[in-house]
Design a protein around this ligand. Structure first.
Ligand code: ADP
Ligand code: MG
Length: 221
C-alpha cells in the first residue's frame, strides 16, 4: 500500500472575482521509504503540494490518503493535527524556528503534542548531538548560522520519529557547504525507512532521489 496517495487534487485560491488553480488535478503515489524530488519554477505549486501532503492545508477537491487514511476529507482539524504530529516532519527554507526560546526548547516543541512525554528531553539532546549541535542547546536561534538553524529544524522534525519528511527548499538559504551537511542528514534518515519529499531547484540534489516530479502551472508534467 502506498504511504501517500493523491487522487485528482485541486487547490484553488480566490484572486479578486476569479479562482486561481495553484494545483490542477494532481495525482501521485509515494511508497514507504521512497525519496522523491519535486522541481518546477517558482509559483508552480510546489509549496501548495507540500502543505497539502503535510496536512497544513486542505485541497479544494480530490482525495488525499496518508497511510490509507482519508486525511483530506473526513478528518477534523484536531484529527489532522494528531496525524501530522505522528507522521510528518516539516523542514522549511526559512527554518521557522521560534525566536524567543532556546535551541533545545525548539526541538522539544513537537513532543508537546505527543502522548509520550517520557525521555523527550534526553531524545531532543541526543538528536541535537546527532546533527552536531550538542554544544548549542542553550543558544537562541538568532545566535546561529543558517546551516546551524536548519540542523536545529532537522532535529525538531525528527523529534516524533516521523514516517515522512517534507523538506521545502531546505538548502535554498544556505551556502553550498551547509547545504551539503543538511542533505547528508536528510538522506541519512533513509536508513530508518523514512520517506523523503524534497522540493529543490538544485539538479545535483534532485539526482540523489529515486524519482523526480516536475510541476508546471499546478500540474505534474
Ligand atoms: P511554489 O512553491 O512552486 O513557488 P506555491 O505553491 O507557493 O508555488 O504557489 C503556487 C501559486 O499559488 C502561486 O501563484 C501563488 O501565488 C499561489 N498561492 C499560493 N498560496 C496562496 C494563497 N494562500 N492565496 C492565494 N494564492 C496563493
Ligand atoms: Mg515554494
Amino acid at each position: 500500500m502506498s504511504l501517500i496517495t493523491l487522487n485528482h487534487i485541486t487547490k484553488s485560491f480566490a484572486v479578486g472575482e476569479s479562482q486561481f488553480r495553484a494545483l490542477d488535478n494532481v495525482s501521485l503515489s509515494v511508497e514507504p521509504g521512497e525519496f522523491v524530488a519535486i522541481m518546477g519554477p517558482s509559483g508552480s505549486g510546489k509549496s501548495t503540494l507540500m502543505n497539502i501532503i503535510g496536512l497544513l492545508d486542505r485541497p479544494s477537491s480530490g482525495e488525499y490518503r496518508l497511510d490509507g487514511r482519508p486525511a483530506s476529507t473526513t478528518m477534523s482539524d484536531r484529527q489532522q493535527a494528531r496525524l501530522r504530529s505522528e507522521f510528518i516532519g516539516f523542514i522549511f527554507q526559512n527554518f521557522n524556528l521560534l525566536p524567543n526560546v532556546d535551541v533545545l526548547a525548539n526541538v522539544l516543541l513537537p513532543a508537546m503534542y505527543s502522548r509520550d512525554q517520557r525521555d523527550s528531553k534526553q531524545r531532543a539532546e541526543r538528536l541535537l548531538q546527532e546533527v552536531g549541535l550538542g554544544h548549542r542547546l542553550r543558544y537562541q536561534p538568532n545566535k546561529l548560522s543558517g546551516g546551524e538553524k536548519q540542523r536545529v529544524a532537522i532535529a525538531r522534525a525528527l523529534m516524533n520519529n516521523p514516517k515522512v519528511i517534507l523538506a521545502d527548499e531546505p538548502t535554498g538559504n544556505l551556502d553550498s557547504k551547509s547545504g551539503q551537511e543538511v542533505m547528508k542528514l536528510l538522506t541519512a534518515q533513509r536508513h530508518r525507512g523514512t520517506t523523503l519529499l524534497l522540493v529543490t531547484h538544485n539538479h545535483d540534489l534532485a539526482r540523489l532521489a529515486d524519482r523526480v516530479i516536475q510541476l508546471m502551472d499546478g500540474r505534474i508534467v
